[in-house]
Design a protein around this ligand. Structure first.
Ligand code: URA
Length: 208
């Protein structure tokens, strides 16, 4: 079974409170989602493999360490886009793929309308990014797609999850570890996380 890491660092808790607040404006919401994206990446990458290389500092020759594997960030459109800059700020060499899934508001099932992955996806550590892990259906469908493309080392990176979404994702993809910053109480009857933060895509892009 995959592990669930809840990275509730005080700085993240503070920023999470800002994005939960319905009076937070679009600009501040977007900035804080990105900043949480940067901060959670420290935890997501904590066990990344490094290798020794030889370098020369201005003073002497020395050994240094660099990351072994490529990193590919794949946001689930739209809301996943909100964390990409933040993650790339701390992994500037990461490539970015995209997967477009919209949620049918009646069935709550995801429909794919776009997918484009970097060639490195097959060997890289792939970060599937969606701020909200609600039903888990979008994350499951996105991971189905990247696995079909050839990805083998996949992690899910989000902000707010709930027990229902975590259970569904763990059952569907027991090899994919889940990194979030809060496990909220529940999913409501229309598929929103409670207490949550509302529709993350709408709040990021100022729609509705
Ligand atoms: N997607 C959102 O943006 N918010 C939720 O609460 C659930 C799914």
């Amino acid at each position: 079974m995959s592990k669930v890491v809840v990275f509730d660092h005080p700085l993240i808790q503070h920023k999470l409170s800002i994005i939960r607040d319905k009076s937070t404006n679009t600009k501040t919401f977007r900035e804080n989602v990105n900043e949480i994206g940067s901060l959670v990446t420290y935890e997501v990458t904590r066990d990344f493999e490094v290798k020794e290389i030889d370098i020369e500092t201005p003073i002497t020759k020395t050994k240094a360490k660099v990351l072994v594997k490529d990193v590919v960030i794949i946001p689930i459109l739209r809301a996943g886009l909100g964390m990409v800059d933040g993650i790339q700020n701390v992994i500037p060499t990461a490539k970015v793929g995209h997967i477009g899934l919209y949620r049918d508001e009646e069935t709550l099932k995801p429909n794919k309308y776009y997918a484009k992955f970097p060639i490195e996806t097959k060997q890289a550590t792939v970060l599937i990014v969606d701020p909200m892990l609600a039903t888990g259906n979008s994350a499951i469908a996105a991971i189905d797609e990247v696995k079909a493309y050839g990805a083998k080392d996949i992690r899910f990176v989000g902000i707010v999850g709930c027990p229902e979404g975590i259970k569904a994702l763990q059952e569907a993809h027991p090899d994919v570890d889940i990194y979030i910053v809060s496990i909220d109480e529940k999913l409501n009857e229309v598929g929103y996380i409670v207490p949550g933060l509302g529709d993350c895509g709408d709040r990021l892009f100022g729609t509705k």
